[in-house]
Design a protein around this ligand. Structure first.
Ligand code: 5RP
Length: 295
């Protein structure tokens, strides 16, 4: 096994060179996967733009009723036209999302944390693959804590989910968690995203940071960016734009949508950036105009 001493610093990311094994399928790293995996990935990543707008409302799995998500039943249905994928827990999806919802489902399958304890890094796989199949999930989402006390157990959770997902052609979304003691640095995110991808995840969720294009280049599967804490709309849209310019294949926003004063218009503005090449300024102009006239 390689040891940590004397490791040379990686530096040649060839950020301007396209992924060599793209093949004919529109999702990075999926060229050699089977039909079922590709079908699920096509339900997540639009075949035309290659990108996705995910709406994350899985916060309740450890935060309980979060500001803006007090009433899942009122918030979620409003956004179904604007997003490509709903990311939620099985409880939220089964109780508040119509089975007639025709878009992608990212099913949160790990849990075990709550806001009442400091160490969030020890989770378990709470949803088995049979329930993911029953819900026709397009991917199963696994929180992964690299560098935290729960690193081994979370990589074990990730591997178990990938193993089960491969058996039934359901992709795994590896969610890079940033615990309190972790640093949101390019070095950390390069390490964490690559570990998750090398474990076999078909897509990775992480946060935007400096040198983001190097993180994307070094990760052999698509990266989707989480929004993080609520920002003023212009800043959130700028982060979305920078993420897409840096090579992200989508955004998975929660708080920056459901805590916005105008969630639907904010989701539309994000969609402009993700699928239609709008700049953050153009998207914000739209947001201001739409919220002024109540479009
Ligand atoms: C919560 C999550 C969320 O899915 C992810 O963080 C996206 O939500 P937000 O944009 O609010 O950060 O993993 O644990």
């Amino acid at each position: 096994m390689a040891d940590k001493d004397g490791l040379k610093v990686a530096k040649d990311y060839h950020v301007d060179t396209a992924f060599a094994n793209q093949g004919s399928f529109h999702v990075k790293g999926a060229n050699n996967l089977d039909w079922g995996m590709k079908k699920h990935l096509s339900n997540i990543f639009d075949p035309v733009s290659g990108n996705t707008v995910m709406f994350a409302f899985d916060h309740g799995y450890f935060m309980g009723s979060t500001a803006g998500l007090e009433r899942l039943d009122l918030v979620i249905p409003k956004l179904q036209e604007q997003v490509d994928v709903f990311m939620g827990t099985r409880g939220a999806l089964r109780t508040c999302v119509s089975p007639a919802f025709k878009k992608g489902i990212a099913l949160r399958v790990t849990s075990g944390s709550s806001m009442l304890n400091d160490d969030l890094s020890h989770e378990v796989v709470a949803v088995d693959i049979e329930d993911a199949i029953r819900m026709n999930a397009d991917c199963i989402a696994v929180q992964t804590f690299i560098g935290a006390d729960g690193q081994l157990s979370s990589i074990d959770n990730l591997s178990k989910c990938i193993n089960a997902g491969m058996r039934y052609s359901i992709p795994t979304l590896g969610v890079v968690a940033v615990g309190k003691q972790m640093e949101r640095t390019p070095r950390f995110f390069k390490l964490a995203t690559r570990i998750v991808a090398e474990m076999g995840a078909s897509l990775v969720k992480t946060y935007y940071c400096d040198d983001f294009e190097e993180i994307v280049a070094a990760c052999p599967v698509p990266i989707v960016v989480a929004g993080g804490k609520k920002l003023p709309e212009p800043e959130a849209l700028e982060m979305a734009y920078r993420s897409m310019q840096g090579g992200a294949r989508g955004l998975d926003m929660g708080r920056n949508i459901f805590q916005s004063e105008h969630p639907v218009e904010m989701a539309k503005a994000i969609r402009m950036i993700v699928h239609h090449g709008a700049t953050d300024k153009e998207a914000y102009e739209f947001y201001l105009d739409a919220t002024k006239s109540g479009k």
